[in-house]
Design a protein around this ligand. Structure first.
Ligand code: 5GP
Length: 188
């Protein structure tokens, strides 16, 4: 997606350890006009897939996911990173955070992720695929079907995308970063 690539090159910042900071338009301040176009592109790429629900993980996946849900007129559910005491029929799994370098338990209510669901999972970044693997585990527990997984930015040098595609999942990433060596952003 050309508009997104140009924005990453213009406003993205590189940090040691293969981290790309995009907090001026995705992760802290958000650009709704860009995110709307991101949502339209996801919808174009997943056209033909049977989808009845959008699922994401808090926090940065929520904005693009709700744009997709709004355009498609579908419900949006976000996986929570803290377990609320009041959650009913909770499904949970452990995810390793690459940016925070720790494990945490994420959860979703089985009321909102069921065996009838065909979900499109949306997230901001795909790195090692830990969050995506957590989503696969939650979907498996619920008996839900993953119709596709869409990421705004994929860091191809961290191999999560390779593993997901090899397991047969329809993965779409709107900007693919080939490397961040010497703090230079190389986009495919
Ligand atoms: P994964 O689970 O695929 O290893 O990493 C994806 C998650 O980690 C994303 O949800 C995102 O929050 C975070 N993440 C991974 N790499 C980066 C990065 O380079 N920049 C930012 N801002 N977040 C990242």
């Amino acid at each position: 997606m050309e508009l997104l690539k140009q924005r990453i090159l213009q406003d993205g910042r590189c940090y040691p350890g293969g981290i790309l900071k995009v907090d001026s338009f995705i992760n802290h301040q958000m650009d709704p006009m860009l995110l709307y176009k991101v949502a339209e592109e996801f919808i174009r790429r997943f056209e033909g897939e049977h989808i009845n629900k959008i699922v994401t993980i808090e926090a940065s996946g929520i904005a693009p996911a709700i744009m997709v849900g709004y355009i498609l007129q579908l419900p949006v559910v976000f996986v929570k990173k803290k377990q609320p005491k009041t959650m009913e029929n909770m499904l949970s799994t452990v995810v390793h955070s690459f940016t925070k370098d720790r494990d945490y338990t994420v959860c979703i209510s089985n009321n909102f992720l069921t065996a009838d669901d065909h979900i499109l999972f949306i997230d901001d970044f795909l790195a090692f695929g830990n969050a995506a693997m957590g989503m696969l585990d939650l979907a498996k527990q619920a008996g839900a079907t993953i119709s596709g997984m869409g990421f705004i930015i994929e860091k191809a040098f961290q191999d999560g995308g390779k593993a997901l595609r090899e397991s047969g999942i329809h993965v779409e990433s709107l900007a693919i970063i080939d490397n961040l060596d010497d703090c230079k952003i190389t986009i495919r």
